[in-house]
Design a protein around this ligand. Sequence first.
Ligand SMILES: Cc1cc2nc3c(=O)[nH]c(=O)nc-3n(C[C@H](O)[C@H](O)[C@H](O)COP(=O)(O)O)c2cc1C
Length: 75
Amino acid sequence: MNAKRVLIAYGSKAGATAGIAEEIGRTLRDDGFDAVVLPADTVTDVSGYDGVVLGGALYAGHWTGKARRCARRNA
Ligand SMILES: Cc1cc2nc3c(=O)[nH]c(=O)nc-3n(C[C@H](O)[C@H](O)[C@H](O)COP(=O)(O)O)c2cc1C
């Protein structure tokens, strides 16, 4: 059986969220998933994935624009 393909997309300014996303990707790969980690602003098509994890840092109570726009673009 083919491994489930999962995208972990992240919106990060200073790098912390990117590090968390990489760790999620490593953990999912260890669990047998085909996990891909990408910056949210580069994601234009999620149709090739069985699942998507989208994370973003909070600044002044708001999700980073990179994550917000990724969610809107790929809804
Ligand atoms: C100017 C500034 C504003 C922030 N505002 C919030 C906030 O409103 N809520 C929150 O939970 N964290 C807030 N944080 C903390 C960041 O979300 C946190 O440091 C996060 O890990 C940054 O992620 P990044 O390194 O991926 O950009 C703020 C940090 C900074 C520097």
